[in-house]
Design a protein. Sequence first.
Length: 170
Amino acid sequence: MTSDIKRRAFDHLLFLALTRIGEVRVERVDLMRQRDLLRGKLAALTRGGWSLNPAEDEHPDPAALTSELDAITSELAGLGTEDKVLEHHLEIVAELLDDAAHQLWAETVTLHIDAMNIEREPRDPAARQLVLHELHNARGSRSAMLLVSIAPRDLPQREDLVTAAGRYLY
């Protein structure tokens, strides 16, 4: 049972890492699109003979475009170059697994409920105590956890589908 819980926790941590990798990919594509657009604008301004002098209100400022392009290029460099993407993604997974305690944790929640499952004050004589474990992750998701163990012998026997189909055919 404990190994199943650990495996589920590990799978969830990998899910969080893959989610972050997906976000980084979207961010990378968006930054590359912005960079290409700004490069195109800057090239058009350069071909048009614009200088780095202050521009009129209706025309974009080449200096501002250059600084924005430099900022986007540095953000892209921070995300890793194309040939280093896999290495960067593996770093994300390693960092997330290294910080597992802050990525996925459980808290105990104690409720006092009556026979109608309405929450009551702890001192209410009709209230019974219910202890749940709530899982939290770094992305703000919460889930109640109830550990259940079912032995295979307690499960109903599988129905023979061929025999069942024969009952309906004849």
